[in-house]
Design a protein around this ligand. Structure first.
Ligand SMILES: C[S@@+](CC[C@H](N)C(=O)[O-])C[C@H]1O[C@@H](n2cnc3c(N)ncnc32)[C@H](O)[C@@H]1O
Length: 441
């Protein structure tokens, strides 16, 4: 029997997480903090609901903030504003009668001393929203940030970078992402695992050579053979990296920004390589170890910075290097909706400078004739073509090679570089940038 807390408490905990996120904390960490602060009163059965409420609120944040700006005579305190955002998001995408949402939001306000005095204010503003929602939403949506639920600078940057498709990118980025699996080729052919899922009553469809999208998300640990390493969770766009890297048995491969190891493990599923998995974070490197263990694979784990190879490199050059560089994550916002609110416009220049520096530092580690795949999960030009163009201006031995990919359901391979997020049945993937650089004599 499910033992959930009252909706009022779930709203209050989600609002605490939203308030922390608006203060600069990443949403997963903000949720952990808010849930820990509510324990032991919050039952485990309420955790998925709290997470769902917080993620929906984050996806609707621009619109809810603008509606709040119209409704509120004065800006409310941070925690009250967060509770109002949570309730408005639930009213905009209704899962239940509006009166229940309003009552429970007001009851949620009464649960905490910081929001208790604002219970009447919340009651009045939310009831007004219910009465006048069409008009209030139309007025709010005149503001671009509310219309798209993205910060203004982000929208402007996308318009500049992708004049013909910025609206499609924003719309795709606001979708709820699917759960995508990568079938471990060493254990199962993709279609054999698809049949195994079908026999277990789990419906899925193929979206890549090893990629399956589940019709409805379910706990991965309950999937057939999960613990034995049959599948991993990985977006179909991210699953392109290892095949594009063009690895073969016996190669020495550097995965330069490896954690949590999604691409490290994929490389090792494709070929018997010697892989050095480098990451600057020891904590995140531990997750690479866990993933390797579950899949029964081996790599050398190296803690260190790609910016300082002299501190960890043994002097033996690599046949292949994957640089999955730290970036704005603008391509994966459907999975991480908080990213858009946490990033600042200035991050773009800082990150693209670091990406260029990582490339420059790692280039000497590649043997002549070797290949380096530069990747980011970004749709901003500055982190893709911009980085590669300026790198090639100073590195004349770097030859840019085309990258071809045959998408599910299409006859011929297509050139890929900037992959835009899409949610079509046969092409369901996040946004990525890929560029292959080969070292000439
Ligand atoms: C985009 S994530 C990598 C995702 C990973 N390739 C995968 O597929 O699971 C970027 C990683 O780069 C690491 N990182 C950031 N700066 C770094 C540096 N200077 N040297 C090495 N790793 C770095 C971060 O800790 C993070 O784990």
């Amino acid at each position: 029997m499910s033992e959930r807390a009252a909706l009022a408490q779930e709203f209050a905990v989600a609002a605490a997480a939203i308030a922390a996120m608006l203060g600069g904390v990443a949403l997963p960490a903000a949720l952990s903090q808010a849930i820990a602060a509510a324990a032991p009163a919050l039952p485990a059965d309420s955790l998925p609901a709290v997470q769902d409420i917080a993620y929906r609120s984050t996806r609707q944040l621009g619109l809810c903030r603008e509606v709040g700006a119209i409704l509120n005579a004065h800006p409310p305190a941070a925690r009250v504003a967060a509770l109002q955002i949570v309730a408005l998001a639930q009213l905009i995408e209704p899962l239940r009668a509006a009166a229940i949402t309003v009552d429970q939001a007001v009851a949620g306000a009464r649960l905490h001393r910081m929001t208790e005095p604002a219970a009447g204010f919340l009651n009045a503003t939310l009831r007004r929203f219910v009465r006048e929602s069409d008009d209030l939403l139309a007025r709010a949506q005149r503001n671009q940030e509310a219309r798209w639920n993205f910060p203004r600078w982000w929208i402007e940057q996308l318009r500049r970078d992708h004049p013909g498709s910025w609206e499609t990118i924003l719309a795709a980025s606001n979708q709820t992402p699917p759960l995508t699996l990568r079938v471990n080729r060493r254990r199962f052919a993709r279609d054999d695992y698809l049949a195994l899922l079908g026999a277990a009553g789990v419906s899925a469809r193929p979206v890549g050579p090893q990629a399956l999208v589940l019709a409805t998300a379910s706990p991965v640990t309950a999937l057939p053979e999960f613990a034995a390493g049959a599948v991993s969770v990985q977006d179909a766009g991210a699953q392109m990296a290892a095949p594009l890297l063009d690895v073969a048995d016996g190669m020495r491969v550097l995965d330069a920004c490896a954690a949590p190891g999604g691409k490290t493990t994929h490389i090792l599923e494709l070929a018997d390589c010697e892989v050095i998995a480098l990451d600057v974070s020891a904590e995140r490197l531990a997750r690479v170890a866990q993933n390797l263990d579950r899949l029964g694979l081996r790599a050398v784990l190296q803690e260190g910075s790609a910016l300082e190879p002299q501190t960890w490199w043994d002097g033996i050059q690599f046949d292949r290097i994957l640089v999955d560089a730290p970036c704005t994550a603008s391509g994966i916002v459907r999975r991480h909706p908080d990213v858009r609110w946490l990033r600042r416009r200035s991050d773009l220049a800082t990150l693209s400078a670091r990406q260029g520096e990582i490339l420059a530092q790692l280039w000497p580690l590649l043997r002549v004739g070797g290949k380096l795949l530069y990747a980011t999960c970004s749709v901003f030009r500055a982190e893709g073509e911009g980085v590669v163009d300026s790198f090639r201006r100073t590195h004349h031995d770097a030859i840019r090679r085309g990258l071809a990919w045959r998408f599910e359901g299409s006859e011929a391979p297509e050139q890929v570089d900037q992959l835009l997020p899409r949610a079509d049945p046969l092409r369901d993937h996040d946004g990525f940038f890929y560029a292959m650089l080969e070292k000439s004599v």
